[in-house]
Design a protein around this ligand. Structure first.
Ligand SMILES: NC(=O)c1ccc[n+]([C@@H]2O[C@H](COP(=O)([O-])OP(=O)(O)OC[C@H]3O[C@@H](n4cnc5c(N)ncnc54)[C@H](O)[C@@H]3O)[C@@H](O)[C@H]2O)c1
Length: 253
């Protein structure tokens, strides 16, 4: 028996990068994975990768900026599998690089709706379901090192990720007695579509930033996935309310 056998795991933004890596890792651990994404094509591709690997997964479309779709996502998951054991609120967008005075209002609204609204309303529906289950549940929110320190040129992103850390801590306290463990991970630069786009825009930046990472390399989705699995491991039942840096040592400098 694998550590996530018979567990239903829902992951938002699982069509790419960290979300896809996490979906594959849970499936390898025996979970039934609900792969959700705004992009049907990339989400279905993740499901195919899971199935080719011998795992079980299904795709459910959801734009996490749309509260009705978030509600439907949890409802459809429970209709199909009868329960929700683990939720990973991973979907997020980077936003454009600009100083605060130059940020258009529409950009502010969009990044807030996806990065903060997606996690807030995601947890609201996930927790309502978990409260109906005697076994509780586990939630991991994907924040960022930008939730722990400033990322100049990306103030809205920084604000949303700080908010995700705060939301994680407050909610973890609220539901600890209901056996719902809630943690956040705070990755530093990790190879994914989001980061590759950033590096393509500013090639010098890639080498410059590397100097700030003591381990001397960028993260890979698998690095982040393994920490998320550890936080959700049923045997690891005493960890809640953390914001765990996954950063090659960056935050210790
Ligand atoms: N890659 C990094 O260096 C890094 C560092 C810190 C934090 N993060 C966070 O990790 C998470 C995943 O990022 P990634 O780097 O894997 O990026 P990515 O762009 O590779 O993947 C993001 C996925 O989210 C989906 N998505 C975007 N908007 C959505 C929406 N409104 N609703 C549902 N799905 C949506 C995209 O289609 C994509 O599949 C994000 O929350 C990001 O802020 C990433």
């Amino acid at each position: 028996m694998q550590r996530f056998t018979d567990q239903v795991v829902l992951i938002t933004g699982a069509g790419s990068g960290i979300g896809r890596g996490t979906a594959l890792a849970f499936a390898r651990g025996g979970a039934t994975v609900v792969v959700s994404d705004i992009s049907e094509e990339s989400g279905q591709e993740t499901v195919s990768l899971i199935e080719n690997d011998g795992g079980q997964g299904t795709f459910i479309h959801c734009d996490v900026a749309n509260t009705e779709q978030i509600s439907d996502l949890v409802q459809l998951t429970v209709e199909k599998y009868g329960r929700l054991d683990v939720a990973i609120n991973n979907a997020g967008i980077g936003g454009n690089i600009a100083k605060l005075a130059e940020v258009p209002a529409a950009e502010y609204e969009k990044v807030m709706a996806v990065n903060l609204g997606g996690v807030f309303f995601g947890m609201q529906h996930q927790i309502r379901q978990m409260l109906t289950q005697k076994s509780g549940g586990r939630i991991v929110n994907v924040a960022s090192v930008a939730g722990l320190r400033a990322m100049p040129g990306n103030s809205v992103y920084t604000a949303t990720k700080h908010a995700v850390v705060g939301l994680t801590k407050a909610t973890a306290m609220e539901y600890a007695r209901h056996k719902i463990r809630i943690n956040a991970v705070c990755p530093a630069f990790t190879h994914s579509a989001m980061v590759d786009k950033l590096f393509a825009l500013a090639p010098d930046y890639e080498q410059k930033l590397l100097k700030n990472i003591p381990l001397g390399r960028y993260g890979e989705p698998e690095d982040i996935a393994q920490a998320i699995l550890w936080l959700c491991d049923p045997a690891n039942s005493f960890v809640t309310g953390h914001a765990l840096p996954l950063d090659g040592g960056m935050m210790a400098m």
